[in-house]
Design a protein around this ligand. Structure first.
Ligand code: ATP
Ligand code: MG
Length: 476
């Protein structure tokens, strides 16, 4: 149906040329609702009230970008962006519940009910007059581009043709500046202007090309694709926090598996997670990561939540495992060795993409709990069930089993243990003097408590290696 709608749009005449090689753009072309089929009822109430409010005050206002693109494709937009000729201060003056945010470019968050949409003022083209507002680094990356402009300039400074579509809920007309509707019909993702220049200005556009093409099922146009291989190293100059944000969007897109495969084909994964290429080189690491990503995609498509901490914990797990094994080979006891491995992996990672502290905390907890799954004697398993992150850590354990990293028996044991009756649980516990067949050294502190050594994993630092679940020490 959507394709038909788009096809109808092509009734408007095939004369307009594509928006590419020369960087010249045909348009704008105005498309009526009879052709594009997007009625104003399809737009979120927040976005509609925002455009209405601005227009009632004499400003131009359109729904723009990803939302229009997604509606044309028959997808539910993730969020709504509004573009206007009003300045951020003017927008703020129109809406009581609004807030100006951002420093590099100010945008306004407008709230209606529990909903929010982002309003940005039309911005000018990059690479215009060097008036001090368009500062670039030595690689051509734009450090500032906060110059207001007119609507056409605003359209042309956007990345892809399919993202330069403006929809006015009042007239239900769509304004297409760069032949984006045609590209959508042809299922092509095409950069506006000269691709190499646009990647130099903002290397993140290479990642956006991969993410949007995977998410929307679009083919990257040949000219848009061509410079990526050579320019991928420019990602190294992008601030770590921005890379994290983009990586998160990619992982939560519902097409994470496809995105990572494409990043890899394009050599772009080097710039993102420095260790991801190493991990993906090992068959076991690759199996684990791909399995985790496919599961994430299933959850997202089913409308379930996913935790970023869990995701990043899976991406880096095999690197942690390698570092843990190496430390155990130096005869560092299991828990201190695990702490050492985690810190090492996270600090190397931080140089590239900075994982916010709260996610780092979640990741460490999930990793640490992996050790505690090996402890199946006495009160320990009961206490583990009470831990807040148990569920996430258990899901993680199952992925390890399924990927072939560890014996599935341990995963099955924990599945049964959770649902078993009190008596069954008691019968399931391993004998106190053994743990997974390894001999347990009895530790006794003179005059100290003898119970609950697992309350704090750190004091358990000299616990024995558990075959198959944690790396063995060199001498065991
Ligand atoms: P989605 O929200 O589905 O991830 P999107 O295209 O809407 O995709 P946003 O990050 O919400 O992505 O950006 C909104 C719009 O801003 C885009 O559609 C595009 O027009 C413009 N835009 C975003 N990032 C860039 C960029 N790096 N360079 C140029 N234009 C951009
Ligand atoms: Mg968006």
């Amino acid at each position: 149906m959507i394709v038909n709608l788009i096809k109808k749009v092509f009734g408007r005449g095939a004369g307009a040329g594509p928006a590419t090689a020369s960087g010249r753009v045909a348009g704008p072309v105005t498309v009526g609702v009879a052709s594009h089929g997007i009625h104003r009822e399809r737009i979120s109430s927040c976005a509609r009230r925002t455009t209405e409010g601005l227009q009632a005050n004499g400003y131009k206002a359109y729904v723009v970008g990803g939302a229009v693109r997604d509606l044309l494709l028959g997808l539910e937009p993730k969020d709504y962006d509004i573009a206007t000729d009003a300045t951020p201060e003017q927008v703020h003056a129109v809406f009581r519940r609004s807030r100006i945010i951002g420093r590099r470019f100010q945008i306004v968050h407008v709230m209606f009910g529990g909903d929010l949409c982002e309003v940005s003022t039309f911005r000018a083209l990059n690479g215009g007059a060097d008036d001090g507002n368009q500062i670039k680094d030595e690689h051509g990356r734009l450090l500032r581009d906060n110059v207001f402009g007119n609507q056409e300039e605003d359209a042309l400074r956007r990345d892809f043709t399919v993202n330069a579509l403006y929809y006015d809920p009042a007239t239900e007309e769509l304004i297409d500046y760069a032949d984006g509707v045609r590209d959508l019909e042809r299922r092509v993702l095409r950069m506006i202007g000269d691709p190499a220049t646009r990647y130099r200005e903002d290397p993140v556009r290479m990642l956006r090309a991969v993410r949007l093409s995977a998410k929307l099922g679009l083919e990257i146009d040949a000219a848009t694709q061509a410079p990526i291989a050579e320019m991928s190293t420019l990602l190294q100059n992008v601030p770590a926090a921005r890379l994290f944000e983009e990586m998160l969007k990619l992982l939560l897109s519902g097409e994470a598996g496809a995105c990572i495969r494409r990043l890899r084909e394009q050599g772009l994964h080097h710039g993102m997670l420095p260790m991801l290429d190493v991990i993906l080189e090992q068959p076991q690491g690759e199996r684990f990561v791909m399995l985790a990503l496919d599961r994430t995609d299933e959850r997202i498509r089913a409308g379930k939540t996913v935790s970023p901490g869990f995701l990043f914990a899976t991406l880096l797990w095999h690197e942690v495992l390698a570092a843990w094994t190496a430390a155990r080979e130096r005869e560092v006891p299991a828990i201190p060795a695990l702490h050492e491995a985690m810190d090492q992996v996270l600090s190397v990672q931080a140089e590239k993409i900075s994982i916010p502290r709260r996610f780092g905390g979640d990741m460490k907890e999930i990793w640490l709990l992996q050790y505690r799954f090996s402890q199946r004697t006495g009160k320990r398993p009961y206490r583990l069930l009470e831990v807040e992150k148990f569920r996430a850590a258990y899901d993680f354990l199952l992925l390890r089993c399924e990927s072939g990293e560890i014996d599935p028996e341990i995963g099955e044991w924990w599945t049964r243990f959770q649902h078993a009756s009190d008596t069954e649980r008691e019968n399931m516990l391993l004998p106190p003097e053994t743990e997974d067949g390894a001999r347990k050294r009895r530790r006794r502190r003179r005059g100290g408590r003898r119970d609950s050594p697992d309350e704090s994993p750190q004091v358990d630092g000299d616990a024995p290696a558990i075959a198959g679940v944690v790396p063995a020490a060199a001498d065991s």
